[in-house]
Design a protein around this ligand. Structure first.
Ligand code: C5P
Length: 221
């Protein structure tokens, strides 16, 4: 049952994986498909929200009824998210943001040289958008949601990450070889800063998205 419980609300959702360029033809990327973020955007729109979807790399078709902003790198994603968050009631960071980017961008294609070993790739940290947003709320009462992919000690690591990031809700996915990334289904626990723990059984990413919006709507009052 879809209720318009997000009518009059503006929500920002980030999706997909950032691409961090090494040169004009190469980048460091990740396996995020964007499916969870797109499911979040679609379900929020169906519940009446105005949705800004900030999409890093994904092969998915543009969803109808949302404002779509395309970005490439984590730095571009940060600009877009912080800009859109200024008047948002909720921000959900479903994007897989690269923790590091190449320290140097080569303006020309990096070439192999005969008889020479390749240069090592030096990396620098990217800004942590979720932590920044959570620590410096652009709007009182705003609900901020993060995602975490963990391979072991899922709950303990999730709790620690929730604290570290300072967000209100953290969706913790257990990831493995064939789990979650690129799949149409997932299984998660949504941890709340208030100590709540909401398990979401294995199922379509839409079901997890609806649960996230239930918890967000509860907190928006
Ligand atoms: O630290 P970790 O990458 O595990 O955190 C995942 C969560 O933090 C996701 O919600 C992701 O969108 C967000 N994140 C971010 N900026 C980064 C790294 C992750 O906003 N640089």
């Amino acid at each position: 049952v879809t209720r318009p419980d997000l009518a009059g609300r503006h929500v920002v959702v980030s999706a997909g994986g950032t691409r961090e360029p090494l040169d004009p033809v190469r980048f460091l990327g990740n396996r995020s498909s964007g499916k969870q973020g797109y499911a979040l955007a679609r379900t929020a729109a169906a519940r009446g929200a105005r949705v800004t979807l900030i999409a890093a790399d994904t092969a998915l078709p543009d969803p109808a009824g949302v404002d779509l902003v395309r970005v490439g790198t984590a730095v571009e994603l940060r600009e877009a998210v912080l800009g859109a968050a200024a008047d948002a009631d909720a921000v959900v960071m479903a994007a897989a943001v690269a923790d590091f980017r190449p320290a140097v961008y080569a303006t020309g294609k990096i070439k192999k040289k005969d008889g020479q070993e390749p240069e090592p790739v030096a990396l620098v940290r990217n800004p942590d958008i979720l932590a920044e947003l959570s620590g410096d709320r652009p709007r009182a009462g705003q609900v901020i949601v993060g995602f975490a992919a963990e391979t072991d000690d899922v709950l303990a690591n999730g709790r620690a990450k929730l604290k570290r990031k300072g967000c209100d809700l953290l969706v913790v996915n257990e990831v493995g070889e064939r789990k979650t990334f690129g799949a149409d289904e997932s299984e998660a626990v949504v941890l709340g800063a208030d100590g709540s723990e909401t398990p979401v059984a294995h199922g379509p990413k839409e079901v997890l998205a609806e649960t996230v919006w239930d918890l967000v709507a509860e907190r928006l009052g």
